[in-house]
Design a protein around this ligand. Structure first.
Ligand SMILES: *Cc1c(COP(=O)(O)O)cnc(C)c1O
Length: 403
């Protein structure tokens, strides 16, 4: 029998679970887009976005998904025939590179594979070798959502500085923002992008570019920028419509306003701590299960693991079997393995992912882990029992006052 009837849980790495208050904020008639409350609301959203990214820089909002944000920031800073250095740590660096390729930008890709973070020494080597300073920007992904690896940003900044290289540092924080600690200004990123549907708990459809004065200067020197992607007026509008290059995404903005209220009521430090603690509870369970069976985490070193998503391997075809079991019997949807095919498993059916980004708390994570443990038993997949108990113990300890 299926036990799936009840509130379902979408535990994929985006779109993430939306708070009921965010959903309800959208349930209202269309507002006036020329004056009044909406205009005031958007003026207030900008500083609250800055606080999430930890920057005093400029903010541009786009009506698009993360792919659009990739293209937006490239369009403002790198021309056709110019060059970028792409640091690929899984699927998404290659995706950004592909976007650049479509714009006629020349690519140099350092491929770190699917199991390791960026090695800043190799960035330094590549930049030092660029004696003519042709590389205009270094593109890195803070958290790669397919591999669940997290790369450190400050060492990449240090490598750019050590090479005395003028390239802009552009960081994709689509999976990490509002989940893993990120400090744009302190860490020296020139450009940061994110999208609405992950840590920001808002429906997919709006995306954000944060940029500093250095990046703004690079934009000013561009001979031509596509009008729609141009961030200049979006970040400094004289008329309200210029924020969006047209009609405001009204109901996304209502949702975002509520989500930012929820985020800042909790506080960034607390949000980062909650995600770190819940991620560790997940890893605790997986360590127990994996000690008696084939389940492994894709990223071996906890220091390099994201707090927003965990990629796992169970071996063909058990990843797919487990995902199906959880959805059909327990109302929990796990993420598919992305970009993880291997010999004998061209579709990556041995892999799956837990999304634990945004609006997640202890009961959701313990429910998720309980369902997975039940699935392992029902499917007779070898594992050590007791993963859920160990995670519960970890969460209990985490709630105790620090001694
Ligand atoms: C989700 C994601 C993207 C792509 O975002 P879309 O909204 O699907 O276009 C890009 N980069 C990272 C790191 C992501 O997690």
């Amino acid at each position: 029998m299926s036990l799936a009837s009840g509130r379902t849980y979408l535990a994929i790495p985006g779109p993430s679970v939306m708070p009921d208050a965010v959903l309800q904020a959208m349930h209202q008639p269309a507002p006036n887009i020329y004056e009044g409350d909406l205009v005031k609301m958007v003026d207030g959203i900008i500083p609250d976005l800055r606080k999430v990214a930890r920057t005093d820089g400029h903010v541009a909002i786009y009506i698009c998904n993360g792919h659009g944000a990739w293209e937006a920031v490239l369009s403002n800073t790198v021309g056709a025939g110019e060059k970028v250095l792409v640091l690929a740590t899984g699927r998404f660096g290659h995706g950004w590179a592909d976007m650049a390729d479509g714009l006629g930008i020349e690519l140099e890709v350092i491929n770190f594979g699917t199991k390791a973070p960026v090695d800043a020494n190799r960035v330094l080597e590549a930049l030092a070798a660029d004696t003519e300073k042709k590389i205009k920007a270094v593109l890195m992904v803070h958290v790669d959502t397919s591999s669940s690896v997290r790369s450190e940003v400050p060492p990449v900044r240090a490598a750019i500085d050590a090479a005395d290289h003028p390239a802009l540092l552009m960081v994709d924080c689509i999976a990490s923002m509002g989940c893993d600690r990120y400090e744009m200004d302190a860490w020296g990123a020139d450009v940061t992008i994110t999208a609405s549907q992950k840590g920001l708990m808002t429906p997919p459809g709006i995306a954000f570019a944060f940029f500093n004065d250095r990046a703004a200067e690079v934009r000013k020197a561009m001979p031509r920028v596509s009008r729609y992607w141009d961030w200049t007026e979006r970040a400094n509008p004289e008329m309200f419509y210029q924020y969006f290059g047209g009609t405001a995404p009204t109901h996304h903005l209502f949702a975002l306003r509520k989500a930012l209220d929820i985020i800042h009521d909790e506080g960034m430090e607390n949000i980062w701590k909650r995600h770190a603690t819940l991620a560790k509870a997940v890893w605790t369970a997986v360590d127990v299960w994996g000690s008696g069976g084939p389940m492994t985490m894709n990223i071996a070193d906890p220091a390099n693991r994201s707090h927003a998503v965990t990629a796992l391997r169970l071996g063909f075809p058990h990843g797919e079997r487990l995902r199906t079991w959880c959805a059909e019997n327990a109302g929990v949807t796990l993420g598919i393995g992305l970009g993880m095919s291997e010999e004998g498993d061209p579709k990556g059916h041995g892999f799956f992912r837990f999304g634990h980004m945004g609006h997640v708390n202890a009961h959701m994570i313990l429910g998720l882990l309980g369902v997975v443990e039940a699935g392992l038993k029902a499917l007779d997949i070898p594992h050590n029992a007791g993963g859920v108990g160990a995670a519960a113990e970890f969460i209990a300890q985490a709630t105790l006052p620090a001694s």
